[in-house]
Design a protein around this ligand. Structure first.
Ligand code: ZN
Length: 418
């Protein structure tokens, strides 16, 4: 399956052209979902697609599908997907690589006049990043039945503008019912967004699945009072117990090298310099690639908080789980095909789990799916400095091409020697 290769220079120049849409001051891109910049980025992408004669359609949540027909129109397509929206002042590669590598695969099939049995399609999912509208992975979530269409359309941004209004404004509210389009298998090429491939000098990450994640809201409650008159011994001060709580969380994160524990939000109320706060609220994010290990972390956190609650004089400490995303397992046939392609092309590869969430996680609930990772410099992502070398971009797209060809089924091109 390695007799065809993508045009790495074409793919690289498209990545750089796309980065100019919503270009940010320090070399990144700023295309928030369903903003004018996102629209401009999608229009550039659509122009490239139409130029090669690929038909494009939208579903009702603005997910965009671009198809290259197969010999058997009834066969469910191989779909290559990702997203074109970015974080605020985000990078040039997160999401964009997966979409433009999909286009590169379709163009390579055209260039070599390769007839596939099943159609090959690109999916551009609406609002993967969740920076402007929550939740993240919105379009793929609606497609996969995780979120209802009606509730999603009603979601508003910080200034009160709804998803439905923006879809209407750009003409993205297509007639297709989300999820009604068949998908045979789903592939997503993405930058790793972590440092492991670079550190180990590997080119391809064979992504076997995603970490399990649990989110919590943690509250310490006392009684607010003036910072001056109240003697220390008489205070019910939640901040006094903050160190013990964060120490507990970090101990849990250090149980083994695969565990992750993060306190992302710490908020005092009312938050004034001369008021001893009555409330402290924290967020806790626990992750592990093994569901049973995450359960043990959960138990350690719950028991530890209950213990601290008993010993914190006059202060209540409570924990509430607000989200649980179980371990995601990708399709073994697809991960095997990724391994085989990397081996055949001589790319150093290793198995890994994804630490970040991706559209592919939703897709894996309903169709065979997998992801391919390529290194990014310093593991830096969601940052204007995000960078993946051209040879890694090309290698990832070649593996994507091989696996897409294998899943779609090929015929010898007309006129070529058998
Ligand atoms: Zn992404």
């Amino acid at each position: 399956m390695t007799e065809y290769s993508v045009d790495g220079a074409r793919l690289w120049s498209r990545l750089m052209d796309m980065a100019e849409i919503g270009a940010s001051a320090n070399g990144g891109s700023h295309r928030l979902a369903l903003s004018q910049d996102d629209e401009d980025g999608r229009e550039l992408f659509l122009a490239w697609c139409r130029n090669r004669g690929f038909a494009a359609v939208f579903d009702k949540v603005g997910n965009l599908f671009v198809r290259r027909a197969g010999r058997n129109p009834a066969a469910p397509p191989v779909v290559i997907g990702s997203h074109l929206d970015t974080q605020p002042n985000g990078g040039r590669f997160d999401g964009v690589l997966g979409v433009l590598a999909g286009l590169e695969v379709l163009e390579t099939l055209e260039d070599f006049a390769i007839a596939t049995e099943a159609p090959v399609e690109i999916a551009v999912w609406t609002n993967e990043e969740g920076a402007r509208f929550q939740p993240a992975m919105m379009g793929s979530g609606v497609h996969c039945g995780v979120h209802s269409l009606a509730k999603t359309l009603a979601v508003t941004d910080a200034s009160g503008i709804s998803v439905a209004q923006e879809l209407e404004r750009f003409g993205y509210a297509g007639g297709i019912e989300p999820g009604s389009r068949a998908i045979g298998s789903y592939l997503e090429l993405h930058i790793e967004q972590g440092p492991i491939l670079e550190q180990e000098d590997k080119t391809i990450g064979v992504v076997t699945g995603g970490q399990a994640i649990r989110w919590y809201s943690l509250a310490l409650s006392g009684e607010e009072t003036h910072a001056g008159p109240m003697p220390m011994a008489m205070r019910r001060d939640p901040v006094r117990h903050l160190a013990a709580v964060t120490q507990l969380v970090y101990q849990i994160g250090l149980v083994d090298p695969d565990a992750r524990a993060t306190v992302g939000v710490i908020e005092t109320r009312p938050g004034s310099i001369n008021v001893m706060p009555g409330q402290v609220r924290l967020s806790v994010d626990l992750r592990h690639p093994d569901e049973a290990a995450l359960q043990r972390m959960h138990d350690a956190l719950s028991e530890g908080i209950a213990r601290l609650d008993k010993t914190a004089d006059g202060v209540g400490i409570s924990l509430k789980q607000i989200w649980h995303s179980p371990v995601v397992a990708f399709d073994p046939q697809l991960t095997g095909a990724v391994q085989a392609s990397a081996a055949a092309r001589g790319y150093a590869a290793r198995d890994m789990v994804s630490g970040a969430g991706h559209d592919a996680f939703h897709l894996a609930k309903v169709v065979p799916a997998t992801m391919i990772f390529v290194p990014c410099r310093g593991g830096i992502s969601h940052n204007e400095q995000e960078y993946t070398a051209p040879e890694h971009v090309q290698a990832g797209a070649n593996v994507l091409l091989d696996v897409a060809l294998q899943m779609a089924g090929t015929q010898t091109p007309a006129g070529a020697a058998a």
